[in-house]
Ligand binder design. Sequence first.
Ligand code: FAD
Length: 353
Amino acid sequence: MSTKIFDVIVIGGGQAGLAVGYYLRRAKLDFIILDNQSQSGGAWQHTWPSLRLFSPAGISSLPGRLMPASKKGQYPHRDEVLRYFADYEQHYQLPIYRPYRVTKVQRDNEHNGLRVTDGTLTWLARSVVSATGTWSHSVIPTLEGQELYRGEQCHSAHYAGIEAYKGKRVLVVGGGNSGAQIYAELVEVTNASWVTREPPLFLADDVDGHVLFERATARITGNSEDAPSGGIGDIVMVPPVRVARDKGLLKSIPMFERFTKHGVVWRDGSEEQIDAVIWCTGFRPELSHLAELNVLEADGKVRVKQGQSVKEPRLWLFGYGDWASPGSATLIGSGRSARENVAVLIDYLARVS
Ligand code: FAD
């Protein structure tokens, strides 16, 4: 009996996996995409209900197919992104299988390839693309007294909108775009404060999220002279954030010192009762399925050159952030890194065949 060996197995069916799939399809390679969700959308299906992109549709498209202009203003709503992804998968007939959660990738010396398993089924491939994103690996800092605190805590990855917080005293922690947007909607309906370690940095009103992508690219390609100034985490003034600013509500306060059983202690020593803390404190790459390949560095990332693992040439990484490829955790960047790095992957497969 012959053993089926795919050219490529892509793990993860979010935007990075779809963009890679587009170029693999175009190159007529034999591949599948395994995704652990029950439907399309990757991380977008878990974002909060009011979320809008910080980049307009025209510059948020995946390769080959434009995202339709938003019916709800300049910045598409999350649900419009979800519809676009579902349509994209169908249009290009991408071979996505759900839900399959890959638990392990191992070397298969007999077939000179990599073996992928979800614990029950096993697939073989000449190369593996890991595009599992960061959503399932949210980061919450550790603070003194946190174990005592009896109030609610929630990471932005699980924030489901304003309803659960009405009438409560809420702290939104984190000075990036998620923190700004969640705070902006909560402060309209409840007693919320925005808590940040450093004062947040705001982009000008007429600058959108495209600038964040340009900066990331310039920083990595070394053309930083031409790059717009500022950092990748700067806040895009999407409409709800602008509304809060115009009302004089968009103010942050410095981080509290520690938790108590019912609240926090501020820097001046005063104590306050707090009902809920929402952590908008970021994500780390989800790479536990690669542990057996011994490619994970001390910082939890994989060393890559043009997306290809330096230690395991049959392994490729897409999405995740600048370390995998400039701006690759943005919609526009996922398309560009797929265009550039899938070409290198295709060359590699041709060379080793
Ligand atoms: P994901 O979307 O997370 O997709 C990975 C997929 O792999 C998921 O379906 C996941 O469930 C699956 N998976 C994970 N582990 C496994 C496994 N072991 N086996 C099988 N499947 C697995 N970018 C922009 O360009 N514009 C914006 O306006 C914008 N706004 C954002 C707002 C928020 C709040 C956040 C959090 C991000 C935003 N981004 C934005 C950034 C970026 O577009 C997203 O983070 C994007 O979802 C990353 O895509 P991805 O495909 O790498 O990962």
